[in-house]
Design a protein around this ligand. Structure first.
Ligand code: CMC
Length: 397
Protein backbone atom coordinates (compact mmCIF):
# COMPACT_ATOMS: atom_id res chain seq x y z
CA UNK A 1 0.00 0.00 0.00
CA UNK A 2 1.27 3.48 -0.89
CA UNK A 3 1.39 6.03 1.92
CA UNK A 4 1.21 9.63 0.81
CA UNK A 5 1.49 12.72 2.95
CA UNK A 6 -0.59 15.85 2.55
CA UNK A 7 1.83 18.77 2.15
CA UNK A 8 0.08 21.55 0.20
CA UNK A 9 2.87 24.16 0.24
CA UNK A 10 5.62 21.51 0.08
CA UNK A 11 6.81 22.56 3.54
CA UNK A 12 8.28 19.11 4.10
CA UNK A 13 8.61 17.73 0.61
CA UNK A 14 12.10 17.16 -0.74
CA UNK A 15 11.69 17.31 -4.52
CA UNK A 16 15.24 16.92 -5.80
CA UNK A 17 18.85 16.21 -5.03
CA UNK A 18 20.95 19.20 -5.97
CA UNK A 19 24.57 20.31 -5.88
CA UNK A 20 24.00 23.97 -6.73
CA UNK A 21 23.43 25.91 -3.54
CA UNK A 22 23.40 25.21 0.17
CA UNK A 23 21.34 27.07 2.77
CA UNK A 24 21.47 26.69 6.53
CA UNK A 25 18.32 28.55 7.46
CA UNK A 26 18.97 28.56 11.21
CA UNK A 27 22.49 29.91 10.97
CA UNK A 28 21.86 32.22 7.99
CA UNK A 29 24.36 30.54 5.67
CA UNK A 30 24.22 30.60 1.87
CA UNK A 31 26.79 29.02 -0.43
CA UNK A 32 26.87 28.61 -4.19
CA UNK A 33 28.66 25.35 -5.08
CA UNK A 34 30.31 25.52 -1.65
CA UNK A 35 31.53 29.12 -1.92
CA UNK A 36 30.14 31.45 0.80
CA UNK A 37 27.98 34.22 -0.61
CA UNK A 38 30.02 36.79 1.34
CA UNK A 39 33.22 35.82 -0.51
CA UNK A 40 31.53 35.82 -3.90
CA UNK A 41 29.97 39.23 -3.23
CA UNK A 42 33.37 40.59 -2.29
CA UNK A 43 35.60 39.08 -4.96
CA UNK A 44 33.56 37.74 -7.86
CA UNK A 45 31.80 39.24 -10.85
CA UNK A 46 28.32 38.32 -11.97
CA UNK A 47 29.48 36.39 -15.03
CA UNK A 48 32.04 34.45 -13.04
CA UNK A 49 29.36 33.59 -10.47
CA UNK A 50 26.95 32.61 -13.25
CA UNK A 51 29.58 30.25 -14.68
CA UNK A 52 30.12 28.76 -11.22
CA UNK A 53 26.42 28.31 -10.57
CA UNK A 54 25.67 26.79 -13.98
CA UNK A 55 28.78 24.69 -14.64
CA UNK A 56 29.78 23.82 -11.08
CA UNK A 57 33.31 25.28 -10.78
CA UNK A 58 34.88 28.73 -10.79
CA UNK A 59 36.25 29.33 -14.30
CA UNK A 60 39.95 29.75 -14.94
CA UNK A 61 41.01 32.94 -16.75
CA UNK A 62 40.67 31.43 -20.22
CA UNK A 63 37.30 29.82 -19.50
CA UNK A 64 35.97 33.09 -18.13
CA UNK A 65 37.20 35.02 -21.15
CA UNK A 66 35.53 32.59 -23.53
CA UNK A 67 32.33 32.45 -21.51
CA UNK A 68 32.11 36.26 -21.33
CA UNK A 69 32.69 36.50 -25.06
CA UNK A 70 29.97 33.96 -25.81
CA UNK A 71 27.49 35.66 -23.52
CA UNK A 72 28.28 39.19 -24.70
CA UNK A 73 28.11 38.28 -28.40
CA UNK A 74 24.58 37.09 -27.67
CA UNK A 75 23.58 40.42 -26.19
CA UNK A 76 21.31 41.16 -29.09
CA UNK A 77 17.87 39.73 -29.54
CA UNK A 78 15.80 38.57 -32.45
CA UNK A 79 14.33 41.44 -34.49
CA UNK A 80 10.88 39.98 -34.11
CA UNK A 81 10.92 40.78 -30.39
CA UNK A 82 10.99 44.50 -31.17
CA UNK A 83 7.47 44.26 -32.55
CA UNK A 84 6.29 42.64 -29.34
CA UNK A 85 7.97 45.31 -27.23
CA UNK A 86 6.47 48.13 -29.27
CA UNK A 87 3.02 46.56 -28.95
CA UNK A 88 3.04 46.85 -25.14
CA UNK A 89 1.30 49.78 -23.47
CA UNK A 90 3.76 52.25 -22.01
CA UNK A 91 2.50 51.48 -18.52
CA UNK A 92 2.81 47.69 -18.94
CA UNK A 93 4.40 46.06 -15.96
CA UNK A 94 7.95 45.10 -17.02
CA UNK A 95 7.66 41.66 -15.41
CA UNK A 96 4.59 40.98 -17.56
CA UNK A 97 6.65 42.12 -20.53
CA UNK A 98 9.63 39.97 -19.53
CA UNK A 99 7.62 36.82 -19.16
CA UNK A 100 5.82 37.42 -22.48
CA UNK A 101 9.11 38.11 -24.27
CA UNK A 102 10.77 35.01 -22.84
CA UNK A 103 7.86 32.90 -24.06
CA UNK A 104 7.97 34.69 -27.44
CA UNK A 105 11.63 33.71 -27.80
CA UNK A 106 10.57 30.09 -27.96
CA UNK A 107 8.64 30.85 -31.14
CA UNK A 108 11.76 32.33 -32.76
CA UNK A 109 13.91 29.33 -31.89
CA UNK A 110 11.83 26.29 -32.80
CA UNK A 111 15.00 24.22 -32.83
CA UNK A 112 14.88 24.46 -29.02
CA UNK A 113 11.50 22.81 -28.86
CA UNK A 114 11.39 19.14 -27.88
CA UNK A 115 7.87 19.03 -29.36
CA UNK A 116 9.43 19.47 -32.84
CA UNK A 117 12.82 17.95 -32.42
CA UNK A 118 12.38 15.32 -29.71
CA UNK A 119 13.43 15.24 -26.08
CA UNK A 120 16.99 14.36 -27.01
CA UNK A 121 17.78 17.85 -28.24
CA UNK A 122 19.02 18.87 -24.83
CA UNK A 123 21.20 15.80 -24.34
CA UNK A 124 24.30 17.35 -25.94
CA UNK A 125 26.09 19.93 -23.82
CA UNK A 126 26.86 22.06 -26.87
CA UNK A 127 23.21 22.35 -27.86
CA UNK A 128 22.24 23.14 -24.28
CA UNK A 129 25.01 25.73 -23.90
CA UNK A 130 23.91 27.51 -27.06
CA UNK A 131 20.65 28.37 -25.34
CA UNK A 132 22.40 29.22 -22.08
CA UNK A 133 24.68 31.79 -23.78
CA UNK A 134 21.82 33.21 -25.81
CA UNK A 135 19.51 33.62 -22.82
CA UNK A 136 22.15 35.09 -20.50
CA UNK A 137 23.24 37.44 -23.27
CA UNK A 138 19.79 38.57 -24.37
CA UNK A 139 18.16 38.95 -20.94
CA UNK A 140 19.67 42.34 -19.97
CA UNK A 141 19.08 43.70 -23.47
CA UNK A 142 15.44 42.66 -23.35
CA UNK A 143 15.08 44.05 -19.83
CA UNK A 144 16.67 47.36 -20.86
CA UNK A 145 14.40 47.52 -23.91
CA UNK A 146 11.35 47.11 -21.64
CA UNK A 147 12.65 49.87 -19.41
CA UNK A 148 13.27 52.21 -22.34
CA UNK A 149 9.92 51.46 -23.95
CA UNK A 150 8.12 52.43 -20.75
CA UNK A 151 9.79 55.84 -20.68
CA UNK A 152 9.43 56.43 -24.40
CA UNK A 153 13.07 56.03 -25.38
CA UNK A 154 14.09 54.19 -28.55
CA UNK A 155 15.54 50.72 -28.08
CA UNK A 156 19.28 50.71 -27.58
CA UNK A 157 22.08 48.43 -28.76
CA UNK A 158 24.40 46.61 -26.41
CA UNK A 159 28.04 47.63 -26.14
CA UNK A 160 29.78 44.27 -26.16
CA UNK A 161 33.08 45.74 -25.02
CA UNK A 162 31.62 46.54 -21.63
CA UNK A 163 31.15 44.16 -18.73
CA UNK A 164 27.82 42.41 -18.31
CA UNK A 165 26.39 44.66 -15.59
CA UNK A 166 28.15 47.71 -16.98
CA UNK A 167 26.50 47.15 -20.35
CA UNK A 168 23.11 46.74 -18.67
CA UNK A 169 23.43 50.17 -17.04
CA UNK A 170 24.75 51.56 -20.32
CA UNK A 171 21.71 50.28 -22.24
CA UNK A 172 19.45 51.82 -19.62
CA UNK A 173 21.45 55.03 -19.90
CA UNK A 174 21.96 55.12 -16.14
CA UNK A 175 24.84 56.72 -14.27
CA UNK A 176 26.96 57.31 -17.36
CA UNK A 177 30.01 59.42 -16.54
CA UNK A 178 31.10 62.34 -18.67
CA UNK A 179 34.71 61.13 -18.85
CA UNK A 180 34.43 57.95 -20.85
CA UNK A 181 30.70 57.57 -21.49
CA UNK A 182 30.56 54.45 -19.35
CA UNK A 183 28.52 53.78 -16.22
CA UNK A 184 30.15 54.87 -12.98
CA UNK A 185 32.44 52.01 -11.86
CA UNK A 186 31.32 52.11 -8.22
CA UNK A 187 27.64 52.07 -9.17
CA UNK A 188 28.37 49.22 -11.57
CA UNK A 189 30.08 47.32 -8.74
CA UNK A 190 27.12 47.89 -6.40
CA UNK A 191 24.70 46.48 -8.98
CA UNK A 192 27.13 43.64 -9.70
CA UNK A 193 27.05 42.70 -6.00
CA UNK A 194 23.25 42.72 -6.07
CA UNK A 195 23.31 40.53 -9.19
CA UNK A 196 25.64 38.04 -7.46
CA UNK A 197 23.34 37.92 -4.41
CA UNK A 198 20.31 37.24 -6.61
CA UNK A 199 21.92 34.67 -8.91
CA UNK A 200 20.68 31.53 -7.18
CA UNK A 201 18.73 30.36 -4.15
CA UNK A 202 18.00 26.64 -4.35
CA UNK A 203 14.41 25.46 -4.61
CA UNK A 204 12.47 28.72 -4.22
CA UNK A 205 9.07 29.06 -5.91
CA UNK A 206 10.37 30.17 -9.34
CA UNK A 207 13.19 27.62 -9.43
CA UNK A 208 10.79 24.86 -8.43
CA UNK A 209 8.60 26.17 -11.26
CA UNK A 210 11.29 25.84 -13.90
CA UNK A 211 12.08 22.30 -12.79
CA UNK A 212 8.37 21.60 -12.88
CA UNK A 213 8.06 22.90 -16.44
CA UNK A 214 11.23 21.25 -17.67
CA UNK A 215 9.79 17.99 -16.36
CA UNK A 216 7.08 18.05 -19.01
CA UNK A 217 9.83 18.73 -21.59
CA UNK A 218 8.68 22.23 -22.43
CA UNK A 219 11.39 24.18 -24.22
CA UNK A 220 13.80 26.24 -22.14
CA UNK A 221 12.41 29.65 -23.19
CA UNK A 222 8.81 28.86 -22.29
CA UNK A 223 10.00 27.26 -19.06
CA UNK A 224 11.89 30.45 -18.18
CA UNK A 225 8.78 32.51 -18.92
CA UNK A 226 7.05 30.42 -16.27
CA UNK A 227 9.86 31.03 -13.80
CA UNK A 228 9.66 34.80 -14.42
CA UNK A 229 5.92 34.61 -13.76
CA UNK A 230 6.44 32.78 -10.47
CA UNK A 231 9.02 35.38 -9.42
CA UNK A 232 6.65 38.25 -10.24
CA UNK A 233 4.42 37.65 -7.20
CA UNK A 234 4.91 39.81 -4.06
CA UNK A 235 5.46 36.79 -1.82
CA UNK A 236 8.56 36.05 -3.91
CA UNK A 237 10.65 38.42 -6.08
CA UNK A 238 7.84 40.97 -6.33
CA UNK A 239 8.50 41.69 -2.66
CA UNK A 240 11.19 44.25 -3.56
CA UNK A 241 8.60 46.36 -5.34
CA UNK A 242 6.07 45.75 -2.56
CA UNK A 243 8.56 46.87 0.12
CA UNK A 244 9.08 50.20 -1.60
CA UNK A 245 5.34 50.77 -1.94
CA UNK A 246 4.89 49.85 1.73
CA UNK A 247 7.59 52.34 2.81
CA UNK A 248 5.97 55.05 0.70
CA UNK A 249 2.56 54.28 2.18
CA UNK A 250 3.89 54.45 5.72
CA UNK A 251 5.44 57.76 4.72
CA UNK A 252 6.94 58.87 8.03
CA UNK A 253 8.44 57.30 11.13
CA UNK A 254 5.56 58.35 13.39
CA UNK A 255 3.21 56.09 11.38
CA UNK A 256 5.32 52.98 12.06
CA UNK A 257 3.74 51.92 15.40
CA UNK A 258 0.26 51.87 13.80
CA UNK A 259 1.59 49.92 10.82
CA UNK A 260 3.20 47.33 13.13
CA UNK A 261 -0.12 47.02 15.00
CA UNK A 262 -1.86 46.36 11.68
CA UNK A 263 0.71 43.68 10.87
CA UNK A 264 0.24 42.02 14.26
CA UNK A 265 -3.54 42.12 13.75
CA UNK A 266 -3.03 40.40 10.38
CA UNK A 267 -4.39 43.37 8.44
CA UNK A 268 -1.04 43.90 6.69
CA UNK A 269 2.21 42.08 5.98
CA UNK A 270 5.61 43.49 6.70
CA UNK A 271 6.98 43.06 3.20
CA UNK A 272 10.64 42.10 2.95
CA UNK A 273 10.39 40.12 6.17
CA UNK A 274 10.12 36.37 6.66
CA UNK A 275 11.35 33.43 4.69
CA UNK A 276 10.42 29.78 4.29
CA UNK A 277 13.97 28.59 4.94
CA UNK A 278 15.77 31.33 6.89
CA UNK A 279 14.79 31.47 10.52
CA UNK A 280 17.52 34.04 11.11
CA UNK A 281 18.88 37.10 9.31
CA UNK A 282 19.09 36.43 5.56
CA UNK A 283 22.84 36.66 4.82
CA UNK A 284 22.04 38.44 1.56
CA UNK A 285 20.16 41.16 3.46
CA UNK A 286 23.30 41.94 5.50
CA UNK A 287 25.27 42.55 2.30
CA UNK A 288 22.43 44.49 0.66
CA UNK A 289 22.27 46.80 3.68
CA UNK A 290 26.01 47.44 3.49
CA UNK A 291 25.78 48.03 -0.28
CA UNK A 292 22.97 50.54 0.33
CA UNK A 293 25.33 52.65 2.44
CA UNK A 294 27.96 52.60 -0.31
CA UNK A 295 25.42 53.63 -2.94
CA UNK A 296 24.08 56.43 -0.73
CA UNK A 297 27.62 57.78 -0.31
CA UNK A 298 27.75 58.13 -4.11
CA UNK A 299 24.29 59.30 -5.08
CA UNK A 300 22.83 60.66 -1.85
CA UNK A 301 20.68 59.00 0.77
CA UNK A 302 17.25 57.71 -0.12
CA UNK A 303 15.06 59.13 2.70
CA UNK A 304 12.84 56.01 2.80
CA UNK A 305 15.76 54.07 4.26
CA UNK A 306 15.13 55.81 7.59
CA UNK A 307 11.66 54.26 7.70
CA UNK A 308 13.07 50.86 6.71
CA UNK A 309 15.70 50.96 9.46
CA UNK A 310 13.19 52.01 12.09
CA UNK A 311 10.78 49.25 10.95
CA UNK A 312 13.58 46.71 11.23
CA UNK A 313 14.57 47.93 14.69
CA UNK A 314 11.02 47.70 16.01
CA UNK A 315 10.29 44.36 14.37
CA UNK A 316 13.46 42.70 15.64
CA UNK A 317 12.51 43.50 19.24
CA UNK A 318 8.80 42.78 18.97
CA UNK A 319 7.36 39.55 20.38
CA UNK A 320 5.25 38.88 17.22
CA UNK A 321 8.31 38.74 14.96
CA UNK A 322 10.63 37.12 17.50
CA UNK A 323 8.19 34.27 18.17
CA UNK A 324 7.79 33.58 14.45
CA UNK A 325 11.50 34.07 13.70
CA UNK A 326 10.82 36.75 11.12
CA UNK A 327 13.89 38.67 9.93
CA UNK A 328 14.63 40.95 6.97
CA UNK A 329 15.14 39.07 3.72
CA UNK A 330 17.02 40.03 0.55
CA UNK A 331 14.16 42.24 -0.64
CA UNK A 332 13.99 44.49 2.42
CA UNK A 333 16.79 46.89 1.51
CA UNK A 334 17.31 46.30 -2.22
CA UNK A 335 14.43 48.59 -3.24
CA UNK A 336 15.86 51.62 -1.45
CA UNK A 337 19.08 51.12 -3.42
CA UNK A 338 17.22 50.89 -6.73
CA UNK A 339 15.19 53.97 -5.82
CA UNK A 340 18.37 55.89 -4.98
CA UNK A 341 19.75 54.84 -8.37
CA UNK A 342 16.71 56.38 -10.05
CA UNK A 343 15.17 53.10 -11.16
CA UNK A 344 11.36 53.07 -11.35
CA UNK A 345 9.64 50.91 -8.72
CA UNK A 346 7.90 48.71 -11.31
CA UNK A 347 11.29 47.69 -12.63
CA UNK A 348 12.73 46.35 -9.34
CA UNK A 349 11.69 42.73 -9.81
CA UNK A 350 13.30 42.69 -13.25
CA UNK A 351 16.56 43.41 -11.42
CA UNK A 352 15.93 40.19 -9.52
CA UNK A 353 14.87 38.19 -12.60
CA UNK A 354 17.85 39.00 -14.83
CA UNK A 355 20.50 37.61 -12.46
CA UNK A 356 18.26 34.75 -11.26
CA UNK A 357 18.30 33.42 -14.81
CA UNK A 358 21.72 31.94 -13.89
CA UNK A 359 20.16 29.88 -11.11
CA UNK A 360 17.17 28.87 -13.21
CA UNK A 361 19.43 27.66 -16.00
CA UNK A 362 21.62 25.79 -13.53
CA UNK A 363 18.58 23.93 -12.20
CA UNK A 364 17.28 23.34 -15.72
CA UNK A 365 20.51 21.66 -16.76
CA UNK A 366 20.86 19.77 -13.47
CA UNK A 367 17.32 18.49 -13.92
CA UNK A 368 18.08 17.33 -17.48
CA UNK A 369 21.13 15.41 -16.24
CA UNK A 370 19.24 13.73 -13.42
CA UNK A 371 18.74 10.05 -14.29
CA UNK A 372 15.68 10.07 -11.99
CA UNK A 373 14.10 12.91 -13.96
CA UNK A 374 10.42 12.23 -14.51
CA UNK A 375 7.37 14.39 -15.04
CA UNK A 376 6.53 16.26 -11.82
CA UNK A 377 3.05 15.24 -10.87
CA UNK A 378 1.89 15.68 -7.26
CA UNK A 379 -1.19 13.87 -6.03
CA UNK A 380 -4.32 15.22 -4.36
CA UNK A 381 -6.88 14.20 -1.79
CA UNK A 382 -10.26 14.23 -3.48
CA UNK A 383 -13.10 15.62 -1.36
CA UNK A 384 -15.69 16.35 -4.03
CA UNK A 385 -18.80 14.38 -5.04
CA UNK A 386 -18.57 10.83 -6.25
CA UNK A 387 -20.49 9.43 -9.21
CA UNK A 388 -23.88 11.05 -9.85
CA UNK A 389 -26.22 11.07 -12.84
CA UNK A 390 -26.33 13.96 -15.28
CA UNK A 391 -29.37 16.25 -14.69
CA UNK A 392 -31.00 17.79 -17.81
CA UNK A 393 -31.04 21.60 -17.59
CA UNK A 394 -34.86 21.88 -17.33
CA UNK A 395 -34.80 19.73 -14.23
CA UNK A 396 -32.15 21.75 -12.39
CA UNK A 397 -33.19 24.13 -9.64
N1 CMC B 1 4.70 39.94 7.94
C1 CMC B 1 3.87 39.56 8.94
N2 CMC B 1 3.70 38.28 9.32
C2 CMC B 1 4.40 37.36 8.65
C3 CMC B 1 5.29 37.68 7.61
C4 CMC B 1 5.42 39.03 7.26
N3 CMC B 1 6.26 39.40 6.27
N4 CMC B 1 5.84 36.55 7.11
C5 CMC B 1 5.31 35.54 7.82
N5 CMC B 1 4.46 36.02 8.75
C6 CMC B 1 3.72 35.26 9.77
C7 CMC B 1 2.60 34.45 9.13
O1 CMC B 1 1.41 35.20 9.06
C8 CMC B 1 2.52 33.28 10.07
O2 CMC B 1 1.86 33.72 11.25
P1 CMC B 1 0.91 32.71 12.09
O3 CMC B 1 1.82 31.69 12.69
O4 CMC B 1 0.23 33.60 13.09
O5 CMC B 1 -0.07 32.12 11.10
C9 CMC B 1 3.98 33.03 10.48
O6 CMC B 1 4.63 34.30 10.31
C10 CMC B 1 4.68 31.98 9.63
O7 CMC B 1 4.67 32.42 8.29
P2 CMC B 1 4.30 31.54 7.05
O8 CMC B 1 3.30 32.29 6.22
O9 CMC B 1 3.93 30.14 7.45
O10 CMC B 1 5.67 31.49 6.30
P3 CMC B 1 5.91 30.94 4.84
O11 CMC B 1 7.16 30.17 4.91
O12 CMC B 1 4.71 30.24 4.31
O13 CMC B 1 6.07 32.26 3.96
C11 CMC B 1 7.00 34.18 2.97
C12 CMC B 1 7.29 32.85 3.66
C13 CMC B 1 8.32 34.76 2.49
C14 CMC B 1 6.09 33.95 1.77
C15 CMC B 1 6.34 35.15 3.98
O14 CMC B 1 7.20 35.34 5.08
C16 CMC B 1 5.97 36.47 3.34
O15 CMC B 1 4.93 36.56 2.69
N6 CMC B 1 6.82 37.53 3.52
C17 CMC B 1 6.58 38.81 2.89
C18 CMC B 1 6.93 38.77 1.42
C19 CMC B 1 8.43 38.72 1.20
O16 CMC B 1 9.17 39.50 1.77
N7 CMC B 1 8.88 37.82 0.31
C20 CMC B 1 10.26 37.70 -0.08
C21 CMC B 1 10.87 36.41 0.35
S1 CMC B 1 12.67 36.35 0.18
C22 CMC B 1 13.06 36.52 -1.51
C23 CMC B 1 12.29 35.67 -2.41
O17 CMC B 1 12.00 34.51 -2.19
O18 CMC B 1 11.96 36.16 -3.49
Amino acid sequence: EVTRSYDPAYMNTVACISKISYIDGDKGVLEYRGYPIEQLAEHSTFLETAFLVIFGELPNAQQLKKFSKKVMTNSTYHDGLDKFIKAFRHDSHPMGMMSTLMAAMSTFYPEANPAYVGANIYKGKQERNKHIYRILGAAPTIAAACYRHRIGLPLNHANQDLGYVENFLYMMDKHITDDDYKPHPKITRALEILFILHAEHELNCSTAAIRHMASSQSDVYTSLAGAVTALYGPRHGGANEAVLRMLEQIGSKDKIPQFIEDVKNKKKMLMGFGHRVYRSYDPRATIVKRTAEEVFSLVGKEPLVEIAMELEKIALTDEYFIKRKLYPNVDFYSGVIYKALGIPTEFFTVLFAVPRIAGWLAHWTEFLDDPENKIVRPRQIYKGYRTRDYVPIEKRE
